[in-house]
Design a protein around this ligand. Structure first.
Ligand SMILES: *Cc1c(COP(=O)(O)O)cnc(C)c1O
Length: 408
């Protein structure tokens, strides 16, 4: 056991979810009748196989030789000097396909294959989850169909090409908001046509039970590695752990290993977009209210009639009006704190990281950097662990256009 000395300000959390897939009053299973048997089969596969030694050995072998785990933990000394903290970066940008999403995609694809399904369907926003799923399906020999909003298809064209090279069929979704939310609706529709032969490979710690649990378990490798690597390198645990929150998978994956370290603060950073007016941001936990979306009870961005609101973020991966139920619980219990960073703050933090460390984070990850910068400036000298969830190469088009971006 690694013990951190000092103030104990963050009470330990219970082990969630409970048997009904609840995190406090959040989570659960809010789906059409037709999907209940498929979720029960998934639950059974999770219970029987996910932590079974043979399955874990297979997963770890692929994680090592194909994903490239463990990913590095990098001290960011020059950036830390500028911002006033001791900064360490957990480098999920170094994982195969360029982000943390591959941990989940590979794990679920292995589970799906062990369940004997015929094909995989998935939704994607930024395209990162689609790429990760298409790659994992290619690796395991599973046919794959990806739904993607037409706006995202346009702004993430290289990822569409990658998915197609990996042999996936990509469907552009014109309906609804034509981004991630519409793509999820379409993937759920596909799944409900053949819930026995099709596996729905969900991309974040959202959706009906057991997905938020399954995704957390598959992503918790991030925090387990980082906690051990940091202790090995510096002999201590962080004061603060900071991650960006879209659906919440990289954040919950990084937070989970630290949940019972009472001296470690957990901070999630949401998309502040262009400002805090309705429709201009993706700050679900800091600005939303409770409700049900895509099969789970959590915080949402909705109007007074319960209509889901449009969202905006410069990063497609944070442009979602819901959030995983475990984050809603961590917020209400006070174990984690949530803030937002604007498009502009994210761009500025990204530019500074690139110039001082030679690392180009994804625009999503740049929100975590912007949040860490504010925390470091508020309390200089602390050790802050930042989740660098992905690499920014996919965002070059946006970065070259953006005011204040590199070269501006
Ligand atoms: C998709 C994505 C995110 C947001 O998803 P979470 O489930 O909240 O982690 C964050 N960073 C990167 C690089 C992404 O691709």
């Amino acid at each position: 056991m690694i013990e951190k000395q000092g103030q104990r300000t963050n009470p330990p959390v219970n082990e969630w979810p409970d048997a009904n897939g609840r995190y406090g009053s959040f989570g659960g299973t809010y789906v059409p009748e037709i999907l209940i048997p498929a979720l029960a089969r998934l639950q059974q596969a999770v219970d029987e196989r996910l932590h079974e030694p043979l399955f874990q050995a297979k997963l770890q072998a692929e994680a090592s030789c194909w994903i490239g785990r463990p990913t590095p933990l990098t001290p960011a000394r020059r950036l830390g000097e500028r911002w006033g903290g001791e900064l360490w970066l957990k480098r999920e940008d170094q994982a195969h396909t360029g982000a943390h999403k591959i941990n989940n995609a590979l794990g679920q694809a292995l589970l799906a294959r062990s369940m004997g399904v015929r094909r995989i369907v998935a939704e994607t926003g930024a395209g990162q989850h689609g790429v990760a799923t298409a790659a994992a399906c290619a690796r395991l020999g599973l046919p794959c169909t990806v739904y993607m909003g037409s706006i995202d298809v346009a702004r993430q064209a290289p990822n569409v090409a990658r998915m197609q090279l990996f042999g996936a069929e990509v469907h552009s979704v014109e309906s609804g908001d034509a981004t991630l939310r519409a793509a999820i609706d379409e993937a759920l529709r596909d799944w409900s046509h053949d819930p026995e032969g099709t596996y729905y490979l969900l991309g974040s710690a959202v959706g009906p039970h057991p997905y938020p649990y399954l995704v957390r378990e598959l992503q918790s490798v991030i925090g387990l590695e980082a906690r051990a690597q940091l202790y090995e390198a510096s002999g201590r645990l962080p004061d603060k752990v900071v991650a960006c929150v879209g659906g919440g998978s990289n954040a919950i994956g990084l937070f989970h290993a630290f949940r019972n370290d009472e001296g470690v603060e957990l901070h999630g950073i949401e998309a502040g977009g262009r400002g805090m007016a309705m429709g201009e941001h993706g700050s679900t936990l800091t600005r939303g209210s409770t409700g049900v979306l895509h099969g789970t009870k959590s915080y949402l961005l909705q109007d007074s009639e319960g209509q889901i609101m449009e969202t905006h973020s410069i990063s497609a991966g944070l442009d979602y009006p819901g959030v995983g139920p475990e984050h809603a619980y961590l917020l209400e219990s006070g174990r984690a704190r949530y803030h937002s960073a604007s498009d502009e703050e994210a761009l500025a933090a990204l530019a500074e990281c690139a110039k001082t460390e030679g690392i180009l984070p994804a625009l999503e990850s740049a929100h975590a950097f912007a949040g860490a910068r504010r925390l470091a400036e508020e309390n200089p000298g602390e050790l802050i662990l930042i989740g660098c969830s992905g690499r920014g190469d996919k965002d070059l088009g946006i970065l070259m256009q953006a005011n204040g971006g590199p070269g501006a």
